[in-house]
Ligand binder design. Structure first.
Ligand SMILES: Cc1cc2nc3c(=O)[nH]c(=O)nc-3n(C[C@H](O)[C@H](O)[C@H](O)COP(=O)(O)OP(=O)(O)OC[C@H]3O[C@@H](n4cnc5c(N)ncnc54)[C@H](O)[C@@H]3O)c2cc1C
Length: 332
């Protein structure tokens, strides 16, 4: 492989890949179709999960050479709602809340600054010429089998961390309310079969969390929406031989839609493949396939259980003495 690498997409996986490559002496060009990085998001809170591996997620990101000075809040407590029940779950650093978007403390901006400081050439609003060989495709979700709709808002309300289960608020998935330092995100996640009910799910989610929010804040907030793409692929290259990383390769958690960890992990595997000549396919199969397949199995199980799925999920969390361990087992 030559020492110049061209990447399509300046999101998390593309930028992470570029940073690691530059640190290893490669020249890197990124072609991003939008005018800047992070515009797919609205400075809303997302969470990097910390249960699918034994390694701490932030340590893992640092270990591949990424500076983690973005705003990052360990979540050690979460109120789980189902029907009229609430269970307070606690566990060490169950996940890390990060902001996604264009603000200076967002994960996306932090990665962008690192890439620029290292000398990555980023071409915004550009499609590469036909004769430019693309080595890595990091263009995010191809289509949506997981959908999300929410509102990002400012508030004087106290910090709050809530997740709710129920087919009237988030069919097949869950809703969440995260407030930290006056910045709030309320959202519903649901499957693509129920797109026509998205407004209803969002309104029901707002009603479900009404005692923790101020309606005025919600009205003056910014709506956002998006989708996630899951697929277990046997072939992780596109028809032109470029490696598919992040959600471009379907690397996503099909149970709950936590794709960020996969974005970093696959970026690192792509660099390893470039540097060592190992097959990227084989690296993904050895390192990520088991987790992906478990998330697919969990999703199928959830769907098979139908109306029993939510009460059972709540019951299992409610009975669990160690919710983190329980989650870890679900993903193994
Ligand atoms: C509302 C919402 C909430 C989420 N919450 C969570 C969460 O809490 N935890 C979690 O782990 N994950 C969450 N996710 C998923 C997570 O955001 C993604 O898994 C992650 O961003 C995937 O990274 P990526 O690099 O593959 O894609 P992205 O970060 O989306 O980056 C892709 C980039 O490629 C660019 N691009 C697209 N097409 C082209 C093209 N043809 N040419 C050039 N550039 C192109 C895009 O503009 C974008 O900048 C959420 C997703 C959404 C939509």
């Amino acid at each position: 492989m030559n020492k110049e690498i061209n990447i399509l997409g300046a999101g998390i996986s593309g930028l992470a890949c570029a940073i690691i490559l530059r640190k290893n002496g490669y020249d890197v060009n990124i072609y991003e179709k939008r005018k800047s990085t992070g515009t797919r998001f609205n400075s809303d809170w997302q969470a990097i999960e910390n249960w699918s591996e034994d390694t701490d997620a932030i340590d893992e990101i640092r270990s591949i050479g990424i500076d983690t000075s973005f705003k990052c809040v360990p979540l050690c407590e979460l109120n789980l709602h189902y029907s009229d029940k609430i269970r307070n779950l606690s566990g060490d650093n169950a996940c890390y809340m990060v902001k996604r978007g264009t603000d200076s403390d967002c994960l996306d901006t932090c990665l962008l600054e690192q890439a620029k400081a290292l000398g990555v050439n980023i071409h915004y609003g550009t499609i590469p010429e036909e004769d430019v060989p693309i080595h890595i495709v990091a263009t995010g979700p191809v289509k949506g089998n997981i959908l999300a709709k929410g509102i990002k808002f400012s508030t004087k309300k106290a910090d709050a961390y809530h997740m709710a289960l129920g087919s009237e608020i988030a069919k097949g998935f869950y809703s969440y309310l995260l407030i930290k330092d006056g910045e709030g995100t309320i959202a519903t996640v649901f499957d693509n079969k129920n797109v026509l009910d998205s407004e209803k799910y969002l309104q029901n989610t707002i009603d479900c969390f009404s005692e923790y929010i101020d309606q005025e804040d919600i009205i003056s907030g910014h709506k956002f929406g998006g989708y996630g793409y899951f697929e277990v692929r046997e072939n992780m290259y596109n028809e032109d031989g470029a490696m598919l990383i992040g959600e471009a390769g379907g690397l996503q958690d099909y149970l709950w839609g936590f794709g960020m960890r996969y974005a970093f992990q696959s970026a690192n595997l792509a660099v390893r493949s470039i540097m060592t000549g190992e097959s990227y396919d084989e690296l993904v199969k050895a390192n990520l396939h088991q987790k992906l397949k478990h998330s697919k199995r969990n999703r199928k199980l959830f769907e098979m259980l139908g109306p029993l799925a939510y009460p059972l999920a709540y019951h299992l969390f409610d009975r669990s003495k160690d919710p983190m361990r329980f989650l870890n087992r679900v993903y193994r």
